[in-house]
Design a protein around this ligand. Structure first.
Ligand SMILES: Cc1cc2nc3c(=O)[nH]c(=O)nc-3n(C[C@H](O)[C@H](O)[C@H](O)COP(=O)(O)OP(=O)(O)OC[C@H]3O[C@@H](n4cnc5c(N)ncnc54)[C@H](O)[C@@H]3O)c2cc1C
Length: 400
């Protein structure tokens, strides 16, 4: 049961210093709530993964918080997607953003490190305290707030606690001990940066549905090729099994996997000095409970879409804005949390469901492959004509 209190929340503990955490803290400050961020790792999550794309809907949410210019200082625009079969046959393509949008924004790809660092530094500049080495282990309800208890024994009490602690969220378990675990999507991720000859204009994301694996490259304006690959992996590997794959073994497996395709994938992999250690893919079909007494989830903690969506960071940023607005406008936290969930749940679950379907195109069997290569040109042609993803990309949230 919620305890209703008729004063607006004034303080918040935000758990997690990834994308959702610092943005939520800055949005809450704008709503008059003093937020402190607590990150489990000693130096934040920068350096994790390679790069990601912030879609136009995420950028517009950033703009409402005066964060857009800061983020656009990094990376480069990716205005177009092109799709090619493993045999080198073009399957179609379409713009990364609805062409009719007046602000001219398009997808922006940047290194994860740059995004995390930029958000963290700006949060600090705006006066948001960020504490590192603070892993949330449990919470305790006080008469008028909630106390976060960290692994190092320290504690912090605030009016509300926001779980921005990602896919393996501890806050989610504390809100609902019966919460489901993330669902394994049978694909390994990897990627890298190199110099190699690739087709396509700078910024175009060229994606290849190879016979056995998926590959994407984009040429940055400075001539560096940024790439990622998704390799089917039926059985979920444990962290120890993933760590045990040596860089040489992984390189060999990728080269063998892409050797059957008539695409630049193999040459790009061979030219890459440092290939990212593989990591698992997960999503969350639905998290039944997003909030409990004075605690609420944002970002991947509430709704992870598989990376195929290219929407995880953007949805996390949208969450931050909607949650802060809801807290600004509602008479109490419980009402605000319900309003936030009402506004967000249907949208994010639709993105998760569509990404799940697209992930399946990356791992078909032999018959599925033939069907896929025949059907995808029609799918992409229809999407280019009808603006299939416009409902995700055109979404706007206004602070005012
Ligand atoms: C391979 C891959 C590619 C992707 N590509 C894209 C893309 O192109 N575009 C896109 O939009 N999204 C992409 N995503 C998704 C995107 O990275 C996530 O959706 C986004 O990072 C979610 O932000 P978050 O803040 O919710 O979680 P995270 O960024 O994971 O941050 C969570 C933070 O919480 C901390 N934490 C965890 N537990 C605790 C605890 N108990 N106490 C304190 N702190 C804790 C973690 O250390 C971490 O810093 C991709 C994801 C993957 C895996």
């Amino acid at each position: 049961m919620y305890s209703h209190y008729m004063t607006t929340s004034r303080t918040a503990a935000v758990i997690g210093g990834g994308v959702a955490g610092p943005v939520t803290a800055m949005a809450l400050r704008r709503a008059g709530i003093e937020a402190t961020v607590f990150e489990a790792y000693a130096h934040g999550a920068e350096g994790v993964g390679s790069f990601l794309t912030v879609a136009v809907n995420g950028q517009r949410a950033l703009r409402e918080l005066d964060l857009l210019d800061l983020v656009r200082r990094h990376g480069f625009d990716c205005p177009r997607f092109e799709f090619v079969s493993g045999k080198g046959k073009p399957l179609g393509g379409f713009p990364a953003a609805p062409e009719r949008t007046a602000d001219g924004l398009t997808s922006r790809t940047l290194r994860r490190t740059d995004l995390y660092t930029a958000l963290r530094d700006e949060a600090l500049r705006r006066g948001v305290p960020i504490e590192y080495g603070k892993r949330l282990v449990t919470t305790e309800r006080t008469s008028d707030g909630v106390t976060a208890v960290f692994a190092d024994g320290s504690r912090f009490t605030a009016d509300i606690l926001v779980g921005a602690d990602g896919l393996l969220s501890r806050t989610r378990e504390l809100i609902d001990p019966a919460a489901p675990k993330p669902r394994y999507v049978p694909l390994l991720n990897t990627g890298g940066f190199t110099r190699a000859a690739v087709p396509g204009d700078p910024g175009t994301m060229v994606m290849y549905f190879g016979r056995d694996a998926f590959f994407c490259h984009m040429l940055a304006p400075d001539g560096v090729v940024w790439w990622f690959a998704n390799v089917p992996q039926v059985r979920e590997l444990s962290p120890a099994e993933l760590a045990a794959i040596t860089p040489d073994q992984w390189r060999r497996r990728l080269i063998e996997t892409f050797a059957v395709d008539t695409t630049p994938a193999r040459a790009v992999v061979e030219a890459t000095e440092q290939i990212a250690q593989p990591w698992n893919t997960y999503d969350f079909p639905s998290v039944p409970t997003w909030h409990g007494d004075r605690m609420v989830l944002v970002g991947d903690a509430a709704h992870a879409a598989s990376p195929t969506s290219g929407q995880g960071a953007s949805l996390a940023i949208e969450d931050a804005l909607v949650l802060a607005k809801s807290l600004r406008d509602a008479p109490d936290a419980a009402t605000a949390f319900s309003a936030y969930e009402r506004e967000r749940r249907e949208r994010v679950e639709r993105v998760v469901a569509e990404a799940k379907k697209r992930s399946a195109d990356k791992m078909p069997g032999p018959i599925g492959r033939v069907v896929r290569d025949l059907v995808l040109p029609l799918v992409f042609a229809r999407r280019a004509k009808s603006g299939g993803d416009d409902w995700v990309l055109s979404h706007e949230i206004h602070w005012a």
